[in-house]
Write a protein that binds this ligand. Structure first.
Ligand SMILES: Nc1ncnc2c1ncn2[C@@H]1O[C@H](COP(=O)(O)OP(=O)(O)OP(=O)(O)O)[C@@H](O)[C@H]1O
Ligand SMILES: [Mg+2]
Length: 317
């Protein structure tokens, strides 16, 4: 089943390389998230896939169609929420759905669509009086009017409070359950972790990592770490008696040992026990998607303009 195929896609605005040679594919029926900071090139990519912008080079197939040349055919099969979606202040979600149904010239049951986006309660509330989450759900409802197999959601939860964001997530999960394919952009790591089957981390026009959240985590952070609160003497003991990869942080009084293998784990436990030194708060941890984003991009997603961090590369596989 065709989803989306993108190969070596480029779009420059003058000297600004908004999208600079990206390749990825989205499988039918999955939720795929493009995750990246402001200006990463997410919207430019989505607009090319929707047939709203023409690429400079590279090939793009959406549901086996060329979005630029076969836009009319494509637009019947896709649903779109543009970034910063808005609608007429005085219209209600029910009116908006009917209006879109007329535009697409399709027979629809507004109640069914309102149910799918969990918006029955606000069906007759004017757009201007809807909460942020309800406004986004209205956008989702309109994107569903033509019963699309594929939806493009450009930052559907930006600016929403955590509760409203979760309500929109529930709707997006329902879309997947109904067999629809979703391409979603977001600034929120948690959103990508919660929803996406696969993620492309994008920065400055490039895709810097791609895969399921777990695949990305195991690629860039292959081992777990054992963490123990103790005095520095325990670190010295471990270093003296083993070749374990250990570090000590004076500020938090924590000894951290990389567990590269099962025997590392056994050796770490045995050595700590043999030392007869005091320790507490033993735990194991692994990088989160957020930790990896920071390693790859240089700063947290919510901390403004990122700087590329050339030093961090995917380990050779
Ligand atoms: N029509 C345009 N003309 C010139 N530059 C543009 C145009 N559209 C986007 N850009 C620039 O291209 C880069 C990528 O923009 P894009 O909107 O694709 O990023 P984004 O990842 O969607 O960002 P955001 O998270 O802020 O929505 C940015 O530097 C932006 O300023
Ligand atoms: Mg954008």
């Amino acid at each position: 089943m065709p989803g989306i195929d993108v190969s070596e896609l480029r779009k420059y605005y003058g000297s600004l390389k908004a999208v600079d040679g990206i390749s990825f594919s989205v499988r039918s029926g999955e939720i795929f998230s493009m995750l990246g900071p402001n200006g990463a090139g997410k919207t430019t990519t989505i607009e090319i896939l929707e047939g709203l912008r023409r690429q400079d080079s590279g090939s793009v197939a959406v549901l086996d169609l060329d979005p630029w040349k076969q836009g009319y055919e494509l637009h019947r099969k896709i649903g779109v929420i543009p970034q910063g979606f808005s609608f007429f202040d005085k219209s209600t979600p029910r009116e908006a759905i009917k209006y879109y149904g007329d535009l697409f010239d399709v027979k629809i049951d507004p109640d069914e669509i309102l149910r799918e986006v969990i918006l029955e309660d606000a069906a007759n509330t004017r757009f201007e009086n809807l909460s942020g989450g309800q406004k986004q759900k209205t956008g989702l409802a309109l994107a569903l009017v033509n019963n699309p197999e594929l939806l493009f959601l450009d930052e559907p939860t930006t600016g929403l409070d955590p509760q409203a964001r979760r309500a929109v997530w529930e709707v997006i999960r329902n879309l997947k359950k109904a067999g629809r394919t979703v391409l979603l952009t977001t600034h929120y790591l948690e959103e990508a972790e919660q929803l996406a089957d696969r993620v492309a981390i994008m920065n400055k026009g490039h895709i810097i990592a791609t895969g399921s959240p777990l695949e990305i985590i195991t690629t860039y952070s292959p081992s777990e770490r054992l963490k123990v609160t103790a005095e520095r003497a325990l670190y010295d003991y471990v270093k003296q008696h083993t070749d374990l990869n250990a570090e000590y942080d004076d500020a938090t009084k924590s000894l951290v040992i990389q567990l590269r293998s099962k025997s590392d784990a056994i050796s770490a436990f045995e050595t700590i026990a043999k030392s007869n030194l005091e320790w507490s708060d033993l735990s194991t941890e692994r990088d989160s998607l957020e930790d990896i984003f920071i390693k790859l991009v240089g700063v947290r997603l919510d901390e403004g303009e990122p700087v590329p961090n050339e030093a961090v590369q995917a380990p050779a596989s």
